[in-house]
Design a protein around this ligand. Structure first.
Ligand SMILES: NC(=O)c1ccc[n+]([C@@H]2O[C@H](COP(=O)([O-])OP(=O)(O)OC[C@H]3O[C@@H](n4cnc5c(N)ncnc54)[C@H](O)[C@@H]3O)[C@@H](O)[C@H]2O)c1
Length: 257
């Protein structure tokens, strides 16, 4: 790997599973000290054990990113273990699938709480440490649903679109402190949750809709998040980078049209 993180501490939320776990593995392999933070404490500890067994530096904690006190405890624990964090990856997120007319208000609130409020709280708490250290990197997680309309995604899209807007505004406010803020917008990724939830029909529809003809691997998303967290991305700020096999670039795709 060309980017090195040996002098860096990174907090990765939602790193007990899927893309977050892949990001934590990549950062640790590149030399970062990694705080694995997840609502699911058991899975965060399991990934932490894999990283330390491979010779990496990591610790794990339980956090519900919607709760300010728990977020501050995560920041404090990371600081106690490894010193102030230079990198925050706001990967923890939650999806929903319901036709707009049937979407309960509680679902909209839940999507906004986990995705938007959680990203806001973690970023605000981490930014204070970054300012003290003279800079840092924040990487947020949006989705193709934040960029395009998809069926049954009104609540989730509101949250993931909100993250794109908030990423830009955060980037503007935090630039004076040498903190960059960017977002990743994954397409369909082959995480365990999708393997459990996507029917054969849905998988086929996705494979047809994505120009590369397949789901992405969690590590393909991790590679972009880690780049945005690296010194190499020093002049990238306020951007949302799609990692979706060309899904959001494509329009009507009919052979021989
Ligand atoms: N996998 C995809 O196809 C896909 C597509 C677009 C966007 N995304 C986004 O990428 C990110 C990672 O997705 P994934 O597929 O790896 O998810 P995942 O469901 O596999 O893992 C998400 C992790 O976040 C944790 N989490 C959920 N709510 C939390 C909370 N309130 N506090 C702390 N932790 C919490 C879960 O325990 C879980 O470990 C999410 O923000 C998701 O919305 C994923």
């Amino acid at each position: 790997m060309s980017v090195q993180f040996s002098d860096k501490t990174a907090i990765v939320t939602g790193s007990g599973n899927g893309i977050g776990a892949a990001i934590a593995h990549r950062l640790a392999a590149a030399g970062a000290s990694v705080m694995l933070a997840d609502n699911n404490e058991e899975s965060a500890h399991a990934v932490c054990a894999e990283i330390t067994a491979a010779g990496g530096r990591a610790a794990a904690c339980k956090v519900d990113i919607r709760i300010p006190e728990e977020v501050q405890a995560m920041i404090d624990y990371s600081r106690e273990m490894f010193g102030p964090a230079n990198i925050l990856i706001n990967n923890a997120g939650l999806g929903s699938q319901k036709h707009f007319l049937e979407t309960p208000l509680a679902m909209l609130h839940q999507m906004l709480e986990v995705n938007v409020v959680g990203t806001f709280l973690c970023s605000q708490a981490a930014a204070h440490d970054m300012i003290e250290m003279g800079g840092g990197r924040i990487v947020n997680f949006s989705s193709h649903s934040g960029l395009l309309g998809s069926s049954g995604r009104a609540a989730y899209a509101a949250a993931k679109g909100g993250i794109i807007a908030m990423t830009r505004a955060m980037a503007v406010d935090l630039a004076q402190y040498n903190i960059t803020v960017n977002a990743v917008a994954p397409g369909p990724i082959d995480v365990q949750r999708n393997r459990n939830q996507h029917s054969e029909e849905r998988r086929e529809a996705w494979q047809h809709a994505v120009p590369l003809g397949r789901y992405g691997d969690p590590d393909e998303v991790a590679a972009v998040a880690v780049f945005l967290a690296s010194d190499d991305a020093s002049y990238v700020n306020g951007q949302t980078i799609s990692v979706d096999g060309g899904f959001t670039a494509a329009g009507l795709r009919v052979k021989n049209l």
